[in-house]
Design a protein around this ligand. Structure first.
Ligand code: GRG
Length: 270
């Protein structure tokens, strides 16, 4: 998607610069913590956040939005680094490159994840361009969604599913996948809602949009990886499910920009 590629081309240097500003004096620590951003990644969540911000305020100054985009991308990468660890998914490769623990060691990868997660909150707390009450609301929401409301609860359930403590059925897999994926996607929609405070009906449509996008993202990911739901549902069933969610998004009455993001997710091939 061209707009996403354009966004990534100026957002990625911003991420690296912000990390260098904080960690540049720490030698190898900077190398380990920034490695994940040099291995690719679509920067989908910060892109979504900036597009929703532009939908809510067409004169938005992207420099003011970037810190929120950065925080979400830092948390996303922390979760991937920790998810790949030997005690979790035990993955050797991500984005076609060695995972952080394979390249630098396990303890180093744990610490790199911790570093990115905690820097995300530092970045959020520095948001000087919006009212303090909005920043505090965002910090609280990011903390909740990254932990018990979505990400970490989803990871616990996933681990218990692998250990046989949670039954491997369609409902449980859907719930776990939704928890692991939807938290950051919903945050990318909810942060600009907090910043720009739209009418109730727009807020309602956008939250449904974030929810459906989270579902769609995980279904297409499972089809591409032949994992998760693809282990308990056929590809045709998954494609039908994706198509029905995509149609629901189309009926939300949002603009072409936001619909094209859903279409990109629906039709993506990586
Ligand atoms: C806190 C350890 C820990 C885990 C939380 C988010 C998560 C749970 C685990 C990460 C692994 C996983 C399967 C996440 C589901 C979301 C997902 C499909 C991630 C991949 O997102 P992309 O495709 O990644 O946007 P890129 O590489 O483009 O950044």
């Amino acid at each position: 998607m061209k707009r996403l590629e354009e966004f990534s081309s100026y957002f990625k240097p911003f991420v690296l610069e912000e990390l260098r500003r904080r960690l540049g004096g720490l030698g190898e620590i900077f190398d380990i913590c920034s490695y994940t951003f040099s291995t690719g990644g679509k920067f989908f969540r910060p892109f979504l956040l900036s597009e929703v911000a532009a939908f809510l305020n067409k004169d938005v100054d992207f420099n003011k939005i970037f810190p929120f985009c950065l925080a979400i991308e830092l948390i996303h990468n922390y979760s991937l680094i920790h998810d790949d660890l030997p005690s979790m998914d035990n993955a050797d490769y991500r984005r076609g490159h060695l995972t952080v623990h394979k390249k630098f060691g396990e303890a180093e990868a744990v610490l790199a994840g911790d570093m990115l997660l905690t820097i995300a909150f530092e970045v959020l707390s520095e948001g000087k361009d919006f009212e303090e009450r909005k920043i505090i609301k965002i910090i609280k929401k990011v903390a909740q969604y990254s932990s018990y409301r979505y990400l970490i609860t989803g990871q616990y359930l996933d681990i218990w599913l692998q250990k046989g403590k949670v039954e491997k059925n369609v409902d449980n897999i859907r719930l776990i996948n939704f928890y692991k994926t939807a938290g950051l996607i919903l945050l990318s929609v909810e942060i600009p809602i907090i910043l720009f405070d739209p009418s109730y009906s727009i807020k309602f449509s956008l939250i449904k949009y974030g929810y459906f996008l989270g579902l769609l993202f995980q279904i297409t990911d499972d089809i591409l990886d032949n994992d998760g739901l693809a282990k308990v549902m056929s590809v045709d069933e998954l494609k039908n499910l994706a198509s029905s969610i995509f149609m629901k998004i189309g009926r939300l009455g949002l603009d072409e920009r936001l619909l094209s993001i859903a279409e990109y997710i629906y039709r993506r091939d990586k």
